[in-house]
Write a protein that binds this ligand. Sequence first.
Ligand code: NAD
Ligand code: DAU
Length: 351
Amino acid sequence: MKKILITGGAGFIGSHVVRRFVQQYPDYQIYNLDKLNYAGNLQNLSDIEQNPNYHFIMGDICNMALVQNLFNKHALDSVIHLAAESHVDRSISHPIDFVQTNVLGTVNLLNVAKEAWGKMPSDNRFYHVSTDEVYGPLGVNGLFTETTAYDPKSPYSASKASSDHFVRAFHNTYNLPIVISNCSNNYGPNHFPEKLIPLAINNIKNKQPIPIYGKGENIRDWLYVIDHARAIDTIFHQGINGETYNIGGFNEWKNIDLIHLLCRIMDEAMKRPSGSSAELITFVNDRSGHDYRYAIDATKLVNELGWQPSIKIEEGLKKTVTWYLENEQWLRHVTSGEYQAYYQTHYNKNI
Ligand code: NAD
Ligand code: DAU
């Protein structure tokens, strides 16, 4: 029996984590705190929102009184913290938003947890969900391990690195029981179509250009989101207090090669002539300070906690494409309004 605060549970990864915990652990009470920014969407959780062990609270992690009230009212014993501003391109245009939520919001949660748990001798856990981007860009060789020095290069990764440092500082200074994971690029259902894969799916569907930054040579390590949610479950239950675990797919792709694979899958799924999606590929101005390569060494998680990625990229992309084609209403809902303004501002200078 646990009472877990999951932050950012209405977002992409958070919704898969909430669903997993609500369904796998009916004796746990799950409290989802989310302010529902542009990426937060309660439709992501419509299948489980009636479950008796699921509770939604709309609110900001920066609101100290609200978070204190949640801890006091529900006697929360654990936190799984995912709430964040998550898109690198938005961090370049609006860096302060990232400091506000990712740094100050995280410190607020840590501080309230410290105050609440200082008086409770039970089995607490503050799980901070972070990213491989804190390690900065790799060259052609090498992998990120848990001891790789931090070297963040974008406002987003700098804000996540800062939050990781605060989490470790609260462990070192106040003995707060923490665990951190740093994961590579996720893909799958419910991914907001500002990120490469869902943006490309949406644009191919609508026969719009697929914007590829620079020459498409940058490399990312992709993991299906359900495998990330499984890893979070494993680390939450078995991870050692104070430790960090890297999570990755052992699955590096150049952006251009990944998009060609996606185009082939889209041609088949939409029954369009072979090669027609790839004709939409359009090279555009590069992202400012674009990190060249990320690649995770997840050996510690595999060897110590027995986790493995289970979904291979082609299978994962097919599942993802099927989900987007079957959920037109979701896609239409999230690409109306603010999305159009974002798209115009960010891409129309390019395309
Ligand atoms: P997302 O943008 O899809 O979702 C973020 C969620 O947080 C949204 O529901 C949003 O409403 C909520 N939120 C934002 N600010 C908030 C605030 N101040 N108070 C309360 N809620 C707030 O992001 P995501 O891709 O699901 O990422 C989730 C976490 O995982 C982030 O911490 C991110 O850094 C990390 N991560 C993401 C990836 C990836 O590939 N997407 C990889 C590794 C780590
Ligand atoms: O590595 C983990 C990180 O992965 C997470 O911490 C971030 O929250 C998540 O957004 C993601 O960051 P990236 O910047 O790697 O993801 P994005 O989908 O924005 O971009 C993937 C690659 O594709 C990157 O090299 C930039 C490129 N790209 C992206 C967009 C949006 C394009 O070429 N064109 C685009 O339009």
